[in-house]
Write a protein that binds this ligand. Structure first.
Ligand SMILES: Cc1ncc(COP(=O)(O)O)c(C=O)c1O
Length: 324
């Protein structure tokens, strides 16, 4: 697998200085870089931020905090299997919701139907491709009115906003991934964001075997200091990377690709993916070509999800990359 990492080459020297400091101080875990990365992310995202070694660890922390064990959680089918698997691993039952054709994200209409049918305790919304789900306001209002926990899978959404509001701030919590393909990467890693201080406390114990009162039955999902040091530099570059991708999209790609995802007024995409609805010669493929409800052999149809799987493609768009 060949990655094209969004990393500013100028930052290499500084990264080596950070790593030298970590080696010299022998603080390879639970040190200052994890704390600084969290502070930087919190400042940018305007939410408390807790770093994890993976998206999965952070997602499990949120799902266990909201006690979904033995209960139903709704999830879009147009997502990576990580989203439904997090529910299953947390002991929950997952059912799928269709998406919209225009934003590839959770459909409000189908969500209404599935809430009546399955009486879920929580809903995952996924900001597919790096833009915010177009119906997020209505989805958040509906979940609030019904007393349903709303979790935002922000794995694609670094640097996105809608009228200044950032991913993770509509729901009860959001979870980012820093996997190597993402707009902001640390190689591996995750970040839980929330306005709920109790969840912050729970998450910090969850990633650390419940230390020190052991009331939380967590595992080890700590981010190491070398990774966190990359995160600090990447957090500082987030605005530059997203601005560069947006300018490239506006100046070059938008002219060439008119049959594409079109964002509502005030929305900025982090452009994890540049998505079009026509087969193109030079494509990086699909965001997902296999809907999760099919992988999990559910016996119902989700027509928009099937349509999206067949009818979208991604145009290469990498920060200062060869393709971009
Ligand atoms: C929507 C979505 N959620 C969760 C994940 C899981 O993230 P990670 O690869 O960091 O485990 C991914 C994939 O990377 C993803 O695309």
């Amino acid at each position: 697998m060949q990655f094209t990492i969004g990393f500013e080459k100028e930052d290499t020297k500084k990264l080596h200085e950070y790593w030298d400091e970590i080696i010299a101080t022998q603080q390879w875990s639970e040190g200052k870089f994890t704390k600084i990365f969290e502070e930087k992310w919190a400042e940018h995202n305007e939410l408390y931020s807790v770093a994890f070694s993976s998206w999965g660890g952070a997602a499990l922390a949120a799902l266990e905090f909201y006690d979904i064990k033995g209960k139903t959680v709704l999830c879009p089918s147009n997502t990576f299997m990580a989203t439904p698997l997090s529910v299953i691993k947390a002991g929950g039952h997952v059912e799928f919701v269709d998406c919209n054709k225009n934003d590839l994200c959770l459909s409000l209409d189908d969500l209404r139907r599935k809430i009546e049918e399955y009486k879920p305790v929580a809903v995952w919304v996924v900001h597919i491709g790096g833009h915010i789900a177009f119906q997020i306001e209505e989805i958040a209002a509906l979940c609030k009115a019904k007393g349903i926990i709303l979790l935002e899978d922000c794995a694609h959404a670094h640097g996105a906003s809608w009228n200044g509001k950032k991913p993770g701030s509509w729901g009860d919590s959001g979870v980012y991934s820093f996997y190597a393909t993402k707009t902001i990467s640390t190689g591996e890693g995750g970040m839980l964001v929330t306005k709920n201080e109790e969840l912050v406390d729970f998450a910090k114990k969850y990633r650390n075997w419940g230390k020190f009162d052991y009331e939380v039955e967590g595992l080890n999902y700590r981010m190491d200091e070398f990774t966190a040091a990359i995160g600090c530099l990447q957090a500082d570059r987030l605005d530059d990377i997203v601005a560069w991708k947006n300018e490239y999209a506006r100046k070059k790609l938008d002219k060439e690709f008119t049959n594409r995802v079109k964002f509502p007024e005030g929305m900025i995409s982090g452009y994890y993916k540049y998505i079009v609805f026509e087969a193109i010669e030079k494509s990086t493929g699909k965001v997902y070509d296999q809907p999760c409800h099919k992988i999990m052999k559910k016996d119902y149809e989700l027509p928009n999800t099937d349509w999206v799987a067949k009818n979208h493609w991604c145009v290469p768009l990498y920060y200062k990359g060869d393709e971009g």
